[in-house]
Design a binder for this molecule. Sequence first.
Ligand code: ZN
Length: 451
Amino acid sequence: MTNHDKTASELGPEMHALLRRLFPICRSLAGPGTRETLAVLREHVELDVVEVPSGRDVYGWTVPREWAPHGAEITGPDGQVHARFADNNLHLVNGSVAVDADMSLEDLLPHIYSLPDQPDLIPYVTSYYHPHWGFCMSDREKQSLTPGRYKVRIESEHFDGALVYGEAVLPGKSEREILISTYICHPSMANDNLSGVVTAATLYRLLAARSERFYTYRFLFTPETIGSLCWLNNNETGAVRRIHAGLVLSCVGDEGTFTYKRSRRGDSQIDRIAARVLGTQDSVNDFFPNSGSDERQFCSPGFDLPVGMLSRTYPGEWPYYHTSGDTADRLSPDVLGQSLDRVSRIVDGLEQAAAETYVRTNPHGEPMLSKYDLYHRQNLRRNTDADTERSQRGQMMWLLNLADGDHSLTDIAERSGGDVETLRTIARTLMQAGLIRPLVEMSTPNAAGDR
Ligand code: ZN
């Protein structure tokens, strides 16, 4: 059986194997870790690696310098070694500057981060934008440090280079795009966010194997926040304007139920479809800007893209979030397969909706229905009582209003309280009258247009 014959939920073991391979790499916003990660992903995804030079201004943010960590450790007065980077890259504050010093425990302690409430776990701490150094260790280990002189060594370099992100496009019949975005800046943690990375990479393979795609699919593997801002900046007048729907994948590897965070618009097509695909035990939440991932950039007011976010347990609420407890062993292949299945069902929902989505030929104002003999059209009235006629005319008005390329007949039925079968009949009548066109037929290149 080739990979192409496998269903999404059967691909869990391969996803888990890829996750294990990516796990040891020490990633950061910019540096060899992200490049190495993209090099591995290129075995699975036809990625273009885009470089954005250090120091470039992006909407008021500055693209960081590259960070290359080589080693770090603390040696205690008794000769015991603590927080060795080679043992776990979370031991070093991500972005730490180089240090080679001898110091007292008192001077060292402000540079040591631990989690008193989870005393066996190493926290994940970053310092990207200010020169700083620090170590992370379990609180149990921190408490065991005895007074005396400590030798502190961090070998790392910051240098002008580039932030890199990966981008892959699978063309469809339409120029309108579905964006799948996930982040590659976190070091050795499995759920956050290698789960999102392997889900996106495997979805790419599934979609690449399809003989037909209506939408064009764009996959982004970026360092969080600054990376998605770089992509938005590079594509402001191009791909950004062609996005029909998008999904950010964050923390889709734990065993929790699914959480979908709606786009800022709140009622874009992907919001409606995700709500239908998720089960009753899952949660669908309105957009909020105070935590989350790159949906906050895509949904900033200057872009306001129809991009939602899918997670299992919402990031930050999972007990092992941003700790050394977020290991590959804690994630099961089955769960990863289920997450991929859920994402591919959302994509299928978008593709199916496109086949039953219409666009007004002249969208300005209501059409003058009597001119088209539609105001008292016989075939809408035959064998129907006055109430049904009113309801059918009501549904026709809904269809004419929501034939905007963004609402399928299912969406319209949900909104109008009507039924899809009746709407199909009405759609045929309106097409014969030349008032609407199917989205799929009109979507030859350029006709889809910038919206
Ligand atoms: Zn995170």
